[in-house]
Write a protein that binds this ligand. Structure first.
Ligand code: SF4
Ligand code: SF4
Length: 89
């Protein structure tokens, strides 16, 4: 049993939002799929130079306050870079 907030789906089934908590920079390869997917515009891409001086990108959380806890970003990530967390009531 989760100690997070409990809501319902349209059909009345229990739904506990799991909000975006972190993106593992070591796993992310900057494809940007999660950024495009998030309808709440919570995510962005940040560029950085790797050890060889090559420009790379990584997904970052830019607007966590708008997150609805759908976990879609984590579902589309082939690198499993996301972690999520329920919000304490
Ligand atoms: S889907 Fe995964 S690998 Fe692609 S940018 Fe997002 S976190 Fe990075
Ligand atoms: S959990 Fe949903 S709303 Fe939150 S960042 Fe991911 S895709 Fe966006």
């Amino acid at each position: 049993m989760s100690d997070g907030q409990n809501y319902q789906t349209f059909g009345g089934f229990p739904w506990t939002p799991l909000y975006v908590e972190a993106i593992d920079k070591d796993k992310c390869f900057g494809c940007g799929r999660c950024v495009k997917l998030c309808v709440q515009k919570c995510l962005g891409l940040e560029s950085f130079e790797d050890d060889e001086g090559t420009e790379r990108h990584t997904a970052i959380i830019v607007n966590k306050d708008q997150c609805i806890g759908c976990q879609s970003c984590g579902s589309i990530c082939v690198r499993k870079a996301y972690t999520f967390k329920a919000k304490s009531a």
